[in-house]
Ligand binder design. Structure first.
Ligand code: URA
Length: 245
């Protein structure tokens, strides 16, 4: 067996801390009632990652919320003010997924409350929807990337189990992705928004419609008509998805 020297041990601890896993222990031998502390050893990171994902998959809403609030799985935790869990109807038919919190969202702990949030509310109203009523809003990452940069791949990877669990708990009929990052991440593709729009995709078996991010729209008003088309497509798709009667 490889000797477990102090520097290996401290490196392992560091990796686990970076992953936001805290102290995690695995028995070397089946634990009896008198098992002593020296019969357990830190788990390897691969086990720990699988353990973290499995733990998140079994969480209820309050456990999930607490886990996100305490998360240190990636470096974004160091610069955040608040985690931004998600907001809305937890039994929503509609799930809107953005990229990650901006400055106002970081300050208030709620998604889409800045200028792009106001536009998102207008977009929802245009198809007869309202934040919190049949709609849930979440992001790919729960902490603000500094300077509003795009989230890095490892940050999105660490955060993915949280959104996956939110989706499992909500079981929305339809997901609308807002912007390139959300679309590419949920659809596991590098394709552009332009090439993904206007078609029905699937994520975990749930229909997905892709549209532009409201922040992009604020800069590129010329594309407003395309977003309107996407929203009409989403509305008619939802009508088809609703049980008849
Ligand atoms: N942009 C996003 O993608 N999400 C937010 O919550 C706010 C702005």
């Amino acid at each position: 067996m490889t000797p477990d020297n102090p520097s290996r041990r401290s490196r392992r601890k560091e990796v686990l801390r970076e992953l936001g896993l805290g102290p995690l222990w695995r028995a070397r031998a089946p634990m009896g009632p008198s098992a002593a502390q020296d019969t357990i050893a830190p788990a390897f990171p691969a086990d720990a990652i699988a353990g973290r994902v499995a733990a998140i998959r079994s969480m209820d809403w309050s456990e999930l919320e607490a886990s996100v609030a305490a998360c240190t799985a990636c470096g974004l935790c160091r610069s955040r003010t608040h985690t931004v869990f998600g907001v809305g109807d937890r039994r929503a038919d509609w799930l809107c997924v953005g990229e990650g919190p901006g400055a106002e969202e970081d300050a208030r702990g709620e998604p889409f409350v800045g200028p792009s949030g106001r536009l998102l509310d207008n977009m929802l109203a245009a198809v007869g929807l309202m934040r919190g009523r049949g709609v849930y809003i979440a992001n790919i990452v729960k902490c603000r990337p500094p300077g509003n940069r795009n989230p890095a791949p490892d940050e999105m990877e660490q955060c993915a189990p949280y959104l996956a669990r939110q989706i499992e708990l909500i079981q929305p009929r339809l997901i609308v992705t807002l912007g390139r990052i959300a679309a590419q991440n949920l659809l596991h593709t590098d394709a552009s928004i332009a090439s993904l729009r206007g078609r029905l995709h699937r994520h975990a078996g749930i229909p997905v419609i892709v549209t532009y991010h409201p922040a992009y729209l604020l800069r590129t008003l010329a594309d407003k008509a395309k977003v309107w088309e996407d929203l009409c497509f989403a509305r008619s798709t939802m009508q088809d998805l609703m049980p008849a009667g």
